[in-house]
Design a protein around this ligand. Structure first.
Ligand code: ADP
Length: 281
């Protein structure tokens, strides 16, 4: 049997339509997102321009602050301070990675938690665990929306998260736990990956390794979510999951491209709109 395809592009589109309605109800307040880009990293430039285009399509104000790679940490912190105090800005995002001479933690902690639409500030990470008004990191939160859309309830299920990064793996496990899943984390030091992933009712693959997850790693009927963004030998985008094999065994699966990817930027827009709503309350 072949799996139901979880179409991230379609879900993202319908969420963006809903966001348009929410923006229309903001009584003239235009949600504003500031993106700070430092240096010349090509991948960063591409991500930033994708984020800007997504904002334009929803009529969200997007402000791009570009700094040379030689910018100092204190210059960057001053800019963040200005954006914290700028009432036209509801979300602030500093595109990572930063040049080596700038401390990432100091920068993330300088963003006011109420404008931290990436959900990376320790206050937001803490509230993700303890509850309360917070921004959740975009990729894992997008995955929760995909599960919701397909009426896949994590409660009582065994969710296995492969990867423990601060941006994806760790918050993913917390969100699933928040929805009453039993959660196992696997990572680069896990002794027997397969023994764990085979137990998964819901498997989240976020290791950044092409074809790490084969049909042998999953159980019949599992829900398989692929966060990987790798390149194959021909330079084509591919995930961490061997899709052709696993789609024959899973009950539902996300493709790459067209799965988790389109949801991530949508959740950034979602958090920005939510922030504008909170500020205009
Ligand atoms: P991302 O931010 O997309 O999650 P990172 O590169 O920051 O990606 O993190 C990769 C994660 O994948 C790490 O937590 C690492 O422990 C995990 N990982 C890497 N190799 C393996 C492996 N062979 N088996 C299981 N987990 C792995």
């Amino acid at each position: 049997m072949s799996a139901e395809i979880i179409d991230g592009k379609k879900i993202a589109q319908s969420m963006r339509e809903q966001l348009k309605n929410r923006i229309a109800q903001l009584n003239g307040v235009k949600p504003g997102l500031a993106v700070v880009l430092i240096g010349d990293n090509q991948a960063s430039k591409t991500y930033v321009s994708m984020k800007q285009k997504a904002c334009e399509a929803l009529d969200i104000y997007s402000k791009l602050v570009k700094l040379p790679a030689s910018a100092t940490e204190s210059e960057l912190l001053d800019i963040i301070q200005e954006l914290n105090n700028d009432s036209s800005i509801h979300g602030i995002l500093v595109q990572l990675p930063l040049p080596d001479h700038i401390n990432e933690t100091s920068v993330i902690e300088a963003i006011h938690p109420s404008k931290d639409v990436d959900g990376f500030h320790p206050i937001n990470i803490g509230r993700l665990q303890t509850g309360g008004e917070a921004f959740y990191p975009c990729t894992p939160n997008g995955i929760m929306k995909m599960l919701e859309h397909h009426e896949i309830d994590p409660a009582g299920k065994h969710a296995v998260v492969v990867g423990r990064s601060n941006i994806v793996g760790k918050p993913m496990g917390q969100l699933l736990l928040g929805k009453s899943a039993t959660v196992t984390y696997c990572h680069s030091k896990t002794a027997d990956l397969k023994a764990h992933t085979r137990q998964a009712d819901i498997l989240i693959a976020a290791a950044g390794i092409r074809n790490l997850i084969t049909a042998d790693h999953i159980k019949e009927g599992a829900v398989v979510i692929d966060v990987g963004m790798n390149r194959d030998d021909e330079g084509k985008l591919c995930g961490d999951v061997d899709y052709s094999q696993c789609s024959q065994k899973a009950s539902a699966i996300t493709p790459v491209p067209g799965g988790v990817g389109p949801m991530t930027i949508t959740m950034l827009l979602f958090n920005t709109v939510e922030s504008a709503e909170r500020f205009s309350r």
